[in-house]
Write a protein that binds this ligand. Structure first.
Ligand SMILES: Nc1ncnc2c1ncn2[C@@H]1O[C@H](COP(=O)(O)OP(=O)(O)O)[C@@H](O)[C@H]1O
Ligand SMILES: [Mg+2]
Length: 263
């Protein structure tokens, strides 16, 4: 029965991760709906990467992570991936010696044998061609992945998630080290992906990038959610300004230098 309600949303409740008694994620509640482009920001060590690790099954956690009505905590990494949950890493993890197309082919064909994978394909599947265009790498399909720029490698990684038909995409600082032009293209790519009814979480440090492309923002600090809302909401929040600028009163110019114009 089609109720007209898309159940592919992420609901995190009381998520906790500790490393030898050190609590890196400390009771996080978070709901992200399809179509959202949620930025997860916060100072270094806030627990952003650890949160993504917990959702993708890479670190043990307590609490609950429900994706499309299924509990993810306690499941193995590959099972979680098969449920349509994908993530990228701060350092791109593409196969440098293979072409762009081969990287996508391997990602798409997790079920195919090695021999089939390595055989040169006379025809590229339409789904792969579409993804090549979506991530803007059509012209570079036959280029060796190792020769791509840092930005292009991030796009290839995003493409690898798309050919796997990931519906929840979590990106860890995708624009670090990108040129201004690459950042804009990445932001537009993430907006297109979200508009395609996928759920996108983008961990970022880059405040300009966040301001330009976030649909909504969650600020993490010391493992806890400090603030949540629109870009303007979090920029205007004195607690958010304090974690970025240090305690005490700040002049409007100081705040603007870090947070940008709130209005
Ligand atoms: N495997 C680990 N073992 C011990 N401590 C860790 C581990 N991973 C992360 N941490 C600690 O957890 C905290 C949060 O780290 P992280 O999630 O990487 O922060 P962020 O991505 O927000 O910069 C940091 O204090 C970090 O040192
Ligand atoms: Mg991190």
């Amino acid at each position: 029965m089609n109720t007209g309600f898309n159940r592919d949303y992420l609901q995190i409740s009381d998520l906790r991760v500790s490393f030898d008694g050190f609590v890196a994620v400390d009771g996080v509640d978070l709901v992200v709906l399809p179509g959202d482009l949620r930025f997860l920001i916060g100072p270094n060590g806030a627990g952003k990467t650890t949160l993504i690790d917990a959702v993708s099954g890479l670190v043990p956690a307590t609490g609950s992570v429900q994706w499309a009505g299924t509990e993810l905590l306690g499941r193995k990494v590959h099972r979680i991936a098969r449920l349509g949950v994908g993530r990228t890493f701060q350092t791109a993890t593409v196969f440098e010696n293979l072409t762009v197309l081969q990287n996508l082919d391997i990602a798409a064909g997790a079920g195919r044998g090695v021999r089939t994978l390595l055989r040169k394909r006379s025809q590229v599947p339409e789904s792969v061609t579409e993804v090549l265009a979506t991530v803007g790498l059509t012209e570079l399909a036959d280029a060796q992945a190792g020769t791509l720029s840092h930005g292009q490698k991030q796009w290839l990684e995003i493409g690898m998630l798309l050919v796997q038909n990931a519906k929840l995409l979590m990106l860890d600082e995708p624009v670090a080290g990108m040129s201004a032009e690459e950042k804009d293209e990445t932001g537009e790519l993430l907006q297109r992906i979200a508009a395609d009814d996928r759920t996108v979480i983008c961990v970022e440090h880059d405040m300009d990038f966040m301001r330009a492309f976030a649909a909504s923002v969650t600020v993490l600090h010391a493992g806890k959610v400090l603030a949540e809302g629109s870009v303007a909401d979090v920029q205007a929040d004195p607690r958010v300004q304090e974690v970025y600028l240090g305690p005490g009163a700040h002049t409007a110019a100081e705040v603007e230098a870090v947070m940008g114009e709130a209005h």
